[in-house]
Design a protein around this ligand. Structure first.
Ligand code: 13P
Length: 255
């Protein structure tokens, strides 16, 4: 049985003051939920503030939105896994489509980062997903397979089990147009079959696959009741503590 994981990807939003207010509200609302793993992924500048606001509340974890693959050195403007671990960060989102497209991150770069994350005992959330053009051409499986095999290259079974995959169809990100539960389930099942080919059945069955792309309280339950959808990576709707809390509760209600 896979524990659902719901993460708030704030992208380039939220000041320290806004982050603290968000966390205070979220803890009051869902601080006692332990059957869903909840992760807040702030910009680097708000990580310490989120940690402070969480205080002793152990149930909510913190992630980062990106990192460099080297542990330290002359990489102006970059942040390493070691620096994130220093802040007690547990997760790191890697290979988000915004990084792949706007910052030219290839599967090879994502793979370097994924391996560096595991070496530092950070758990990567690895994003994959097709564009609308690729979907229209019937290439969803091909694209997902290339991204998965490239980004997760040379990971052992334990590392794979500790990796979270986020299926984020590019056409659904920030557009208000989510994948239908059937479209998402089809892609998630394909991802799990690919993971099975890359490792073995027991390993693939343990890997959690999140859905991301215009997830909202109104569509969360229908998506997360699909057999291979193990949670969500939420963008826009994660900026409001009430709507994010509703999505967390939707992950739980279906059990
Ligand atoms: P939206 O929820 O705003 O569509 O963003 C999804 C996303 O990119 C999460 O990483």
């Amino acid at each position: 049985m896979r524990k659902k994981i719901v993460a708030a990807n704030w992208k380039m939003n939220m000041t320290q003051a806004e982050s603290a207010r968000f966390v205070e509200s979220l803890v009051l609302d869902i601080g006692d939920i332990t059957d869903v793993e909840v992760v807040i992924v702030p910009p680097f500048t708000a990580i310490a503030k989120v940690m402070e606001a969480l205080g002793t509340s152990q149930s909510i974890k913190v992630g980062a939105q990106n990192m460099h693959w080297e542990p330290n050195g002359p990489f102006t403007g970059e942040i390493s896994a070691a620096l994130l671990r220093d802040l007690l960060v547990r997760y790191v989102v890697l290979g988000h489509s915004e990084r792949r497209t706007l910052f030219r991150e290839t599967d090879e770069i994502v793979n370097r980062k994924v391996r560096a994350a595991h070496e530092a005992t950070l758990r990567p959330i690895v994003c994959v997903g097709e564009t609308l053009e690729q979907r229209d051409k019937g290439n969803v499986g091909k694209i997902l397979s290339i991204q998965l095999r490239g980004s997760l290259k040379d990971l052992n079974e334990k590392e794979l089990q500790e990796t979270v995959i986020a299926y984020e169809p590019v056409w659904a990100i920030g557009t208000g147009r989510n994948a239908t539960p059937q479209q998402a389930q089809e892609a998630h099942a394909f991802i799990r079959r690919t993971l099975r080919e890359m490792s073995d059945e027991a390993t693939a069955d343990r890997i959690r696959i999140q859905y991301g792309g215009s997830m909202k309280p109104e569509n969360a339950r229908d998506l997360m009741t699909q057999p291979d959808i193990d949670g969500a990576l939420v963008g826009g709707a994660s900026l409001d503590p009430r709507s994010f809390a509703q999505i967390v509760k939707a992950a739980r209600d279906e059990k």
